[in-house]
Design a protein around this ligand. Structure first.
Ligand SMILES: Cc1cc2nc3c(=O)[nH]c(=O)nc-3n(C[C@H](O)[C@H](O)[C@H](O)COP(=O)(O)OP(=O)(O)OC[C@H]3O[C@@H](n4cnc5c(N)ncnc54)[C@H](O)[C@@H]3O)c2cc1C
Length: 397
């Protein structure tokens, strides 16, 4: 049991933490002092970013404003990033990202919850693909990507572009189809699109039937597929594993994400790939006062895919366990679903739905995804800014 005020520090305002804040708004113990350290005044729903690229959503449609949630929870917002963590000393190192540079460099906590998502580690990227961190339009952070995307449209007004998407996973494919649709609809018919698959298959984590559907769609849209690895990016374009150069104006990088480098040396138990290990209570097995959810962590007992839906599902149990840990009560296990419905958008207006081995596609699947995503946003957005509310389930992948 604790005595006096206990400090709960929430790192990141990811999909699970918006729900923790909503729960704290309903029930915050008077002896719990809550601080949120996160770089932006909003949380971006990355599942909606392809719709933003396709021109179907505005930036505001894809953002949950954090101020109302943080105020309602009686919490304090520090605008910044976590840059280091010492789990033994119960201290987080922070760097300001706002105008106000007066962020304390070290933040003490009694209870810590981490939901900072996955990152693309620029130094790792640079070692693997020299030139990429400077020249590529990188999908993460999605906030930066979303703010830079309009420049591609400006460039397309100047001359016919060659756009190459590096990475044939779900995010790369969705962005590729969305960009192709947007530029063609805007009348830039001469734009050329290439998909670089690297060593992996297209949509490698999907059943073979879904991969065939994706390939068919790529062919219909006139997108060139190169089963090549990008080994570097220079002023002319992409250097390929075969030794060739692909001339390219916009390299759009959507390779798999990394664990944040600041977790190394934190003292927390980490997975082989550097994520925070958590048990069935979303709690660190090495430090009982540290919890985590979303792409930043890996369940030690039953690892699952990293996706928005798992981050969202972990939110309510995480909130309950943080409150239970504070009260000194027993924690409850969270059971992530074995299967999730996956809706892969192929440009706004069309999506492929996958459930285990079953799959189908059509405009209905896109409408379904749109409804689900908007409903999740509306649930955590004050009515004045909410785009539309109907359902209350997250869009799964
Ligand atoms: C283009 C694209 C499309 C996608 N589509 C889908 C989809 O349709 N369905 C689906 O299920 N999944 C989808 N995903 C994956 C999904 O977005 C992620 O799995 C999900 O966002 C993970 O949620 P999270 O809460 O772990 O982290 P995030 O949503 O990434 O949230 C992390 C939060 O932490 C903050 N933060 C980051 N670093 C720090 C730091 N150092 N200190 C403090 N705060 C920090 C961020 O600003 C943010 O607020 C897509 C991903 C991409 C890139």
């Amino acid at each position: 049991m604790h005595h006096g005020i206990e400090k709960l520090l929430l790192l990141g305002a990811g999909h699970a933490h918006v729900q923790v804040l909503a729960q704290l708004a309903r029930q915050r113990p008077a002896d719990l002092d809550v601080t949120v350290l996160t770089p932006y005044p909003y949380q971006t729903c990355s599942a909606m970013v392809p719709g933003l690229v396709a021109g179907r959503y505005s930036e505001a449609d894809c953002q949950i404003p954090l101020d109302p949630l943080i105020r309602a929870a009686g919490a304090k917002w520090l605008q910044g990033r976590c840059t280091g963590l010492d789990a033994a000393a119960q201290t987080v190192m922070a760097a300001s990202t706002g105008k106000n540079k007066e962020l304390p460099p070290e933040l003490r906590y009694d209870l810590l919850s981490i939901d900072t998502g996955a990152v693309i580690d620029r130094s790792r990227l640079e070692a693997e693909m020299p030139g990429a961190s400077e020249r590529a339009l990188i999908v993460r952070p999605t906030e930066v990507f979303a703010s830079l995307w309009p420049r591609v449209l400006d460039m397309a007004r100047e001359k016919p572009l060659s756009i190459a998407v590096i990475g044939a996973g779900a995010a790369g494919l969705e962005l590729l189809f969305a960009a192709e649709q947007r530029l063609r609809e805007a009348g830039f018919q001469a734009t050329q699109f290439t998909l670089l698959t690297g060593d992996a298959d297209i949509a490698a984590h999907y059943p073979a039937g879904v991969r065939r559907r994706v390939l068919r769609r790529l062919k219909q849209r006139g997108i060139t597929v190169l089963r090549e690895t990008c080994t570097g990016i220079g002023p002319q374009g992409l250097q390929l594993g075969s030794g060739a150069t692909l001339l390219c104006d916009v390299p759009l990088l959507a390779i798999g994400a990394h664990a944040p480098a600041w977790l190394q040396g934190s003292g927390l138990a980490l997975s082989d790939t550097g994520q925070v290990l958590v048990n069935a209570f979303q709690q660190s097995p090495s430090h009982a006062n540290v919890f985590a959810a979303g792409d930043v962590c890996t369940r030690a007992d039953r690892p699952h895919a990293q996706s928005g839906v798992y981050a969202v599902r972990a939110g309510p149990p995480l909130a309950a366990n943080l409150l239970a840990a504070h009260e000194g009560q027993s924690l409850k296990a969270h059971h992530p679903p074995a299967n999730t419905l996956n809706l892969l958008s192929c440009g706004a207006g069309h999506a492929i739905a996958t459930w285990g081995p079953l799959h189908a596609e059509g405009a209905w699947a896109w409408r379904w995804k749109d409804r689900i995503d908007r409903a999740f946003m509306a649930r955590y957005t004050p009515p004045a800014t909410a785009p539309r509310a109907d359902h209350a389930q997250p869009q799964p992948r």
